[in-house]
Design a protein around this ligand. Structure first.
Ligand code: AMP
Length: 215
């Protein structure tokens, strides 16, 4: 059982750690960013609304995200835990999540904060590539696929996310510092924060998280 959120700046490797954590703890991976990207691909109304904000590196309005995340948490597979990745991202979202969980007699076990120095983030994000078919993540320097431009997992084509361009990345980091960083204090106060150094090898970051969770 693991009921946790993953915090950290864009490019901290939350997606990569999330994939490893959900496998270890057998809980669903809930990424609000992935939900929005899926909706954009399918051309839904939600996707159209989210896209305007995402392409500029801005946050999608709280009400919309809260509705998406909480209705996902009501699904059956979340009964025995979940890992939220990229939600909450504002203090208002965190408060609403707490209220929602409380109303359902539940609470978060951990807020896992993966910290990375700002300088490293731009290189990480602009070099990032994702599989357009299965969503697996790669990097042009740090995590190269076996064959350039081709996904190791499924053979799909590797693409750059629309919001991983330099201009958008700079804005996303700015937005993170102003709107999401205050969440660190929020969860410090709540007493369930786990701080991990994200400036290390992927496997070491993962090992640190697992040992901090005490398992
Ligand atoms: P991510 O994949 O988590 O980096 O999210 C990509 C983009 O989706 C963000 O830059 C936001 O525009 C939007 N997004 C994802 N999660 C949230 C959230 N919790 N609050 C607001 N916007 C979000």
């Amino acid at each position: 059982m693991l009921r946790a959120i993953l915090l950290g700046p864009p490019g901290a490797g939350k997606g990569t750690q999330a994939a490893k954590l959900v496998e270890k703890y057998s809980v669903p991976h809930i990424s609000t960013g992935d939900i929005f990207r899926k909706n954009i691909k399918e051309g839904t109304e939600l996707g159209k609304r989210a896209q305007e904000y995402m392409n500029k590196g801005e946050l999608v309005p709280d009400d919309l995200v809260i509705e998406i995340a909480t209705s996902r948490l009501l699904e059956d597979d979340c009964k025995d835990g979940y890992l939220l990745d990229g939600f909450p991202r504002t203090v208002h979202q965190a408060e609403e999540l707490d209220k929602f969980l409380q109303a359902h007699g539940s609470k978060l076990d951990y807020a896992i904060n993966v910290a990375v120095e700002k300088e490293a983030l731009i290189t990480r994000l602009t070099g990032r590539r994702v599989c357009e078919k299965c969503g697996a993540g790669f990097h042009i320097v740090n995590l190269q696929p076996k064959v350039e431009g081709v996904c190791d997992e499924c053979g799909g084509k590797l693409i750059q996310r629309a919001d991983d361009t330099l201009e958008t990345v700079e804005n996303r980091i700015d937005v993170y510092e102003k709107q999401t960083m205050p969440l660190i204090q929020y969860y410090e106060k709540a007493g369930n924060i786990v701080n991990v150094n994200g400036d290390q090898e992927l496997d070491k970051v993962f090992a640190d998280i697992v040992s901090a969770l005490g398992e």
